[in-house]
Design a protein around this ligand. Structure first.
Ligand SMILES: *[C@@H]1O[C@H](CO)[C@@H](O)[C@H](O)[C@H]1NC(C)=O
Ligand SMILES: *[C@@H]1O[C@H](CO)[C@@H](O)[C@H](O)[C@H]1NC(C)=O
Ligand SMILES: *[C@@H]1O[C@H](CO)[C@@H](O)[C@H](O)[C@H]1NC(C)=O
Ligand SMILES: *[C@@H]1O[C@H](CO)[C@@H](O)[C@H](O)[C@H]1NC(C)=O
Ligand SMILES: *[C@@H]1O[C@H](CO)[C@@H](O)[C@H](O)[C@H]1NC(C)=O
Ligand SMILES: *[C@@H]1O[C@H](CO)[C@@H](O)[C@H](O)[C@H]1NC(C)=O
Ligand SMILES: *[C@@H]1O[C@H](CO)[C@@H](O)[C@H](O)[C@H]1NC(C)=O
Ligand SMILES: *[C@@H]1O[C@H](CO)[C@@H](O)[C@H](O)[C@H]1NC(C)=O
Ligand SMILES: *[C@@H]1O[C@H](CO)[C@@H](O)[C@H](O)[C@H]1NC(C)=O
Ligand SMILES: *[C@@H]1O[C@H](CO)[C@@H](O)[C@H](O)[C@H]1NC(C)=O
Ligand SMILES: *[C@@H]1O[C@H](CO)[C@@H](O)[C@H](O)[C@H]1NC(C)=O
Ligand SMILES: *[C@@H]1O[C@H](CO)[C@@H](O)[C@H](O)[C@H]1NC(C)=O
Length: 801
């Protein structure tokens, strides 16, 4: 009470003190109207605490008044963490309100959406001055037609911008033609269905139309567009829409941004797209265009173009010269098509070039002509390219701009992307031969180098150690030789992933490798490496710490800088493959969680250092097919995340430590062909594996092996779980495994077997649930845990009941 009495006085004093410059003081009627409006809101975070505290409502948070008459013009309360409902029609008392922005009141980022409005009350439609209404990201769960109806008061004649994106609006798109002045419509990411009515074509002032990520179906034809001559921004992607425009028809607008991905556009490449000469952002991937590459268009791309994505269609033919007159770079993404022939000349500055998954062939020497100053991503993977790499990468490295110039450039452009350098180089899956050119050492910003699945040979060149920012190196399946270079440890301190699998590397594992504290995947398998496993492997601290699903290593955002004002970021994700259960599995975005050591199929000798059991988050440990001796480290039970352990075909001896039965997530175990002895530790754990996982150890006994331990009497032999899980487990493909993994590593299982399985088993219809619930992440957790529990239990029941 005291505050209420005091605050007008304080407001008056401060207002008077500031003088002329702040002469804008709000009108009492409007002030009361705002306070009334606030009453309907729940403002837990106190965002609107200034409301009422100061006398002058033009000074309140989110309020903008007009300079002359002190009327409230704008109410901008975006991302204020507000809850509640707009119940009071008091906003009608703001006779000059032009902008109402209540978007994104989910700023907490939690999934407990904070609902600002449960609908759009009719009185909002009665604000005759309203020009812009932004209610995006508010969890509005009503029908679009009802919203339109409620806005059909006098506001229908003033509205120009309407943003209802990222809600849960349902129903169909109708009646929009009642807003004759509308310039911008944003309805993206809702549940709107049905067709797009032709009456949208009556909105002749329309400049921005975004209906992406809804459930629209049917056809949009040239008739829809015939009167939309002002359109600049057209986002229709991620619907089931077909765009049918007669092949030679030219549409009446010149777009700036066009995003039609996953619309049906084919089979021919539409001419109207080629006549867009002012376009900067053009994304038409997954469109089922099965035409030849439009050569004349590529030879003269619009000079405004910054981002061109024609990926994942069936474009074929040869890519001719790509040319545009443009100082800043152009991103070209033509991946996943059927383009043949040699790489063309690029007579343009490039920022991104992604030609992966095509049938390009021949040498890549033409890339030397690319101006490397602006190129950041070069992805030529999975083509038929061959020959040696050219020695021209030093031309791709430019000394930094002299300070002054750099500053001027950065200041004068919001987007300094043309100053960046190569970050990603992916040449995997071709038929390249010869050595890595020493000029790779000039690629000082590189963070991803993927040369997997080629026929590269020779030693790794020393200058490569200058690429000190490398995080991801995959050289697997080549013919590299020489020793694993010691300089990797000093020179590439940022390495997260090092894959040298299936080469001809010899020598021993250099101790310097232990400097790589960020290393999460070390794969040296299938080489000729000898010597011992260094004790210092416990220096791989990243393998002892929890993974981060979103850890930066893997990605770099790229589209965001091209869509500027539009929030559409995408991450490039490195894929690495992991060999498990004899199959190669690909990990997309979950790679960040994997912790793997694979040293299989080498000539390693000596003991497994006990230090390895301090890598607490290890998921896969494969040291099979070496000449290792000694015993399994006693503390192995600490590796609670271990999912796959393969020590087969070595000369390990002694008993299997009982702590192994604490590895609750071990689903893949192979200890065969060693000299293990004694009884296999009993529990719910090790007995659920096949006997073959233990064979070839003549002195080993007890279930699941058929031979009993001396002095033990097991009454029934028929209970051998020989076909444990049969199809169910073998059916697991990479995807399934990924889910499993995500569940396991993402949530950290520290609870014991019954802690995990007990509650799950209360659900009876588990099998139905398994499939039904695969939909969302929470339920992966359930389903995958359940599958594993069932496996363990089935064995238990078989043997005990
Ligand atoms: C975000 O939401 C969580 C749970 O809903 C809550 O505990 C937390 O305090 C919220 N944070 C903010 C900044 O409101
Ligand atoms: C329309 O307005 C009425 C009256 O203000 C309100 O009860 C209803 O919830 C609104 N409908 C929608 C869909 O916003
Ligand atoms: C849209 O324009 C057409 C043709 O001019 C007209 O017949 C129709 O009534 C208009 N629709 C609306 C909703 O105004
Ligand atoms: C649109 O979705 C609603 C449910 O939200 C459904 O009842 C209706 O049949 C759908 N309409 C079309 C044309 O698919
Ligand atoms: C386009 O405008 C013309 C003339 O203004 C009108 O005759 C025609 O009906 C309009 N078409 C649509 C689809 O609104
Ligand atoms: C496509 O739309 C669906 C909903 O219709 C949404 O769940 C999904 O995230 C969208 N995908 C993309 C790539 O925007
Ligand atoms: C893609 O186009 C081909 C013909 O060019 C057609 O047979 C196929 O059904 C189309 N696929 C989709 C998903 O539209
Ligand atoms: C590429 O950029 C450089 C400046 O870095 C400029 O001199 C050159 O003209 C550009 N090339 C093209 C083809 O636009
Ligand atoms: C290139 O395109 C492929 C297929 O569309 C995609 O998987 C890959 O991530 C892209 N590469 C880059 C560097 O963005
Ligand atoms: C790779 O190149 C070699 C010769 O350099 C050739 O013998 C081999 O067939 C090629 N492999 C493929 C898959 O093209
Ligand atoms: C462990 O790594 C640090 C640098 O991260 C290094 O200084 C130290 O020598 C390494 N220890 C061993 C035993 O290699
Ligand atoms: C990509 O962008 C998102 C949001 O803008 C950000 O949170 C994330 O860290 C970025 N990722 C990288 C690798 O920069």
């Amino acid at each position: 009470m005291l505050l209420v009495h005091l605050s007008p006085a304080l407001g008056f004093i401060s207002g008077a003190g500031v003088g002329d410059a702040n002469n804008i003081r709000c009108l009492e009627g409007e002030r009361q109207a705002l306070l009334e409006f606030k009453k309907g809101l729940v403002d837990d975070s106190g965002s609107l605490s200034s409301w009422g505290r100061k006398k002058n409502c033009c000074d309140w948070e989110g309020i903008h008044c007009s300079n002359q008459a002190s009327h409230v013009l704008e109410l901008k309360l975006a991302y204020y963490g507000l809850q509640g409902m707009i119940i009071s029609p008091s906003l009608l008392e703001l006779p000059y309100l032009t902008l109402l922005d209540l978007s994104g009141n989910d700023f907490n980022g939690s999934h407990n959406w904070l609902v600002v409005v449960s609908g759009i009350p009719t009185f909002l439609g009665g604000i005759c001055t309203l020009i812009k209404l932004d209610l995006s990201e508010n969890n509005l769960n009503v029908k679009l037609v009802d919203v339109i109806n409620n806005l059909s008061g006098c506001a229908k004649d003033s509205l120009e911008i309407l943003d209802l994106s990222s809600n849960q609006l349902a129903g169909s798109l109708r009646n929009f033609a009642i807003f004759p002045r509308l310039k911008e419509i944003y309805l993206g990411s809702n549940n709107i269905n049905g067709t797009v009515p032709r009456s949208i074509g009556n909105l002749t002032k329309l400049e921005h139309l975004d209906i992406s990520s809804n459930s629209f179906r049917g056809v949009i034809s040239e008739d829809h567009f015939s009167n939309l001559s002002k359109l600049q921004f057209l986002f229709l992607f991620n619907n089931s829409l077909a765009l049918e425009v007669s092949l030679n028809r030219i549409l009446p607008f010149q777009l700036d941004k066009l995003h039609l991905s996953s619309c049906k556009l084919g089979p021919r490449f539409p001419k109207w797209i080629r006549t867009q000469r002012k376009v900067s952002f053009l994304r038409i991937s997954h469109t089922n265009i099965s035409d030849t590459i439009p050569a004349d268009w590529f030879a003269d791309l619009p000079h405004t173009l910054e981002f061109l994505d024609l990926s994942s269609s069936q474009m074929h033919g040869r890519l001719p010269k790509v040319s545009t007159k443009r100082l800043n770079g152009l991103a070209i993404i033509l991946s996943d098509n059927r383009i043949k022939g040699p790489l063309p000349l690029f007579s343009t500055n490039l920022t991104i070039l992604n030609l992966s998954k095509n049938q390009f062939s021949g040498s890549i020497s033409s890339i030397c002509k690319i101006n490397g100053r602006s190129l950041t991503y070069l992805d030529l993977s999975d083509n038929l390219l061959s020959g040696q790499l050219p020695h021209c990468f030093m031309h791709w490295d430019f000394p930094p701009f002299p300070n002054q110039q750099a500053n001027r450039n950065v200041r004068s452009r919001s987007n300094a992307s043309h100053l960046r350098k190569l970050l990603i180089l992916n040449l995997a899956g071709n038929n390249f031969t010869g050595e890595i050119p020493s000029s790779f050492g000039s690629l000082s910003q590189l963070h991803t180098l993927n040369l997997r699945n080629n026929s590269f040979s020779g030693e790794l060149p020393l200058p490569l150690k200058n690429c000190g920012l490398l995080k991801f190196v995959d050289l697997g399946n080549n013919k590299f030789s020489g020793s694993v270079p010691a300089w990797i440890g000093e020179g590439l301190p940022q390495l997260n992933i090092l894959i040298l699998r299936s080469n001809k590397f010899g020598g021993s594992i250099p101790l310097n490798l232990c400097w790589l504290k960020y290393l999460r995947i070390l794969d040296l398998s299938v080489n000729n490496i000898s010597g011992t496993i260094p004790q210092c492997f416990n220096n791989f601290t990243a393998m002892a710490q929890k993974g981060d699903l979103f850890s930066g290593i893997i990605g770099s955002n790229y589209t965001d800088s091209y869509v500027y004002d539009y929030d559409d970021t995408e991450e490039f994700i490195n894929d690495a493959t992991v060999i498990m259960k004899g199959r190669e599995l690909e990990y997309g975005k979950y790679l960040g969680l994997l912790k793997i050591i694979n040293l299989a199929s080498n000539k390693l000798t000596g003991k497994v250092p006990s230090e390895i059991s301090s890598l607490l988050e290890l998921v896969v440990l494969n040291i099979s097919r070496n000449k290792l001796i000694g015993e399994i480290p006693q503390m192995i039970g600490q590796l609670k995340q271990l999912q796959s352990l393969d020590m087969s075909r070595n000369q390990f001896s002694n008993e299997i430590p009982s702590s192994m039965s604490e590895l609750h997530f071990l689903s893949d175990l192979d200890l065969s062909y060693n000299n293990f002895s004694g009884k296999i530790p009993s529990g719910t754990q090790l007995q659920s594996f096949d006997a073959v996982d233990f064979t070839g150890n003549w002195a080993l006994c007890g279930p699941p092996l058929p031979n009993k331990c001396p002095g033990e009497e097991t009454p029934d032999q028929s209970d051998q779980p020989t076909d444990h899980d049969g199809n169910e487990d073998n059916d697991k493909d990479g995807d399934e495994f990924e889910k499993w993994f995500f569940a396991a590593a993402g949530f950290g299982f520290f609870i014991g077997f019954w802690g995990i399985c007990g509650p799950l088993l209360l659900k009876s219809s588990w099998r139905g649930a398994y499939f039904l619930f695969l939909d969302n992440m929470k339920d992966w957790l359930y389903a995958t845990k359940l599958a594993m529990c069932m496996k363990r239990l089935r064995w238990k029941f078989k043997n005990q009941g």
